[in-house]
Design a protein around this ligand. Structure first.
Ligand code: FES
Ligand SMILES: [Fe+2]
Length: 423
């Protein structure tokens, strides 16, 4: 994904303790037993697959979109495959990213590796195998693969074994930073230079003094972009999260919206005072004006930033990762700095539990409403009649539409809009 606003050149600072990701309401994990899927439904490719791909052979079928010279493929972006702590050394893990079944494991140097989850012998899933000294052994007949996908031992061949290049499993580019393992599905040699230069999302605030982090992972039924716009949709909050996170007051809020040439949408709100429902007593006991900014960064990142007062801020950052069959994993990082409340560890122990519990409650409500929406869209198709307040969603969807078409949204002209709506 692009690094939308002047990505920091410095290496990531990890001074902020990274609490283990907690997966709530995640549903069936796509482990070796069963990929995430509704009971009885047949596996199918992602909706973004095009008709042309079916003629392109089995590997191309999953990842067809244009690479070099053909705009910008979603497979050129870096997608979260798992949280770092979900992948301890010596263990293989299956994850599904955009229809690709991945066997993740750590190599001899501890760095993560991602192979297509298909043994080249007779196609057992490698993620069900054992990891031995940084190499994964197929659970069926014991072929041994290194992190590059090369077969380095075939027990049935014994000492006569010699490496054969065409037996290699497909390996994907992997990066690990800021507590996440990212994977890029497009073969590096196929990427145009500006696609190859895309970097994994870089979390702001992480490692800065006073900032702490709570992480959640949830599985949605629904489209990645619908989930992303839900994250930055203000007008749903008094209805979906009534009493937890805003109550309806018909208060006018002004918004300045900007679509940039970086494939991002920025929104700056003005006139918003404390209307934080249940959270208000804690986040903004004085009830004064608050700063609120929302950002979308292509293809799947949303940021919601609140500054309640100097030194008291909340940054909610989400990355939506399509699996398959309409399942999408949402990784949510709640970055916060609440002055003395978060600085003093015993008090922060309480604070982070409140944030985790309330954050999860809000997400549970979003999971439900997005599922309802997905069911209606699946039945009748997508036909939206937007209000002025939906300009944010419309601009995000304009970026998503370019990506679905294989075009680079960075070529869209910048757009700015000022609007007022009521919450
Ligand atoms: S299927 Fe993997 S070793 Fe036979
Ligand atoms: Fe919501």
């Amino acid at each position: 994904m692009s690094a939308p606003e002047a990505p920091p050149a410095a290496p990531p600072r990890e001074a902020t303790p990274i609490e283990p990701l907690r997966a709530e309401s995640a549903g069936p994990e796509p482990a070796c037993a069963e990929p995430a899927r509704e009971p009885g439904s047949a596996p199918r490719r992602l909706a973004s697959a095009t008709a042309a791909e079916s003629d392109a052979g089995p590997d191309a079928a999953v990842h067809p979109e244009g690479l070099a010279g053909a705009g910008l493929s979603l497979d050129a972006f870096w997608w979260v495959a798992c949280a770092s702590e979900e992948l301890p050394p010596g263990r293989a893990l299956r994850r599904i990213v955009r229809g690709e079944w991945l066997a993740l494991f750590r190599g001899p140097d501890g760095r993560p590796a991602a192979l297509r989850d298909r043994c080249m012998h007779r196609n057992a899933p490698l993620s069900c195998g054992k990891v031995e000294a940084g190499r994964v052994r197929c659970p069926y007949h014991g072929w041994l693969y290194d992190p590059s996908g090369q077969v380095v031992a075939v027990p049935a061949e014994g000492p006569a074994f010699v490496p054969v290049a065409r037996r290699a499993a497909r390996a994907f580019e992997v990066r690990e930073q800021q507590g996440y393992v990212y994977v890029r599905l497009a073969p590096p040699g196929d990427l145009a230079p500006d696609a190859a230069a895309l970097e994994p999302y870089r979390y702001p605030r992480l490692g800065e003094p006073g900032w702490r982090r709570v992480r959640l992972r949830n599985r949605y039924r629904g489209d990645m972009t619908h989930i992303a716009v839900n994250n930055i949709d203000v007008t749903h909050t008094p209805f979906v999260h009534r009493g937890i996170f805003r109550v309806e007051r018909q208060q006018p809020i002004r918004a300045t919206i900007r679509r940039t040439e970086r494939g991002s949408v920025h929104v700056e709100y003005a006139g918003e005072d404390s209307n934080l429902g249940w959270f208000g007593w804690f986040l903004n006991p004085g009830g004064g004006p608050i700063e609120h900014r929302d950002n979308f960064h292509m293809p799947n990142v949303t940021e919601v930033e609140y500054v309640f007062s100097p030194g008291k801020s909340l940054f909610i950052i989400s990355q939506a990762v399509p699996e398959e069959d309409g399942h999408t994993l949402l990784y949510t990082d709640l970055l916060y700095r609440f002055g003395a409340f978060s600085a003093w560890t015993p008090l922060d122990w309480v604070v982070r539990r409140v944030i985790r519990a309330q954050g999860q409650r809000v997400i549970d409500q979003d999971v439900e409403v997005v599922r309802w929406q997905a069911e209606v869209v699946a039945r009748y198709g997508e036909e939206f009649h937007n209000t002025a307040a939906d300009a944010i969603q419309v601009l995000v969807e304009s970026i998503a539409a370019e990506l679905r078409a294989g075009r680079d949204p960075r070529r869209l002209p910048p757009r700015t809009a000022e609007l007022t709506f009521r919450v």
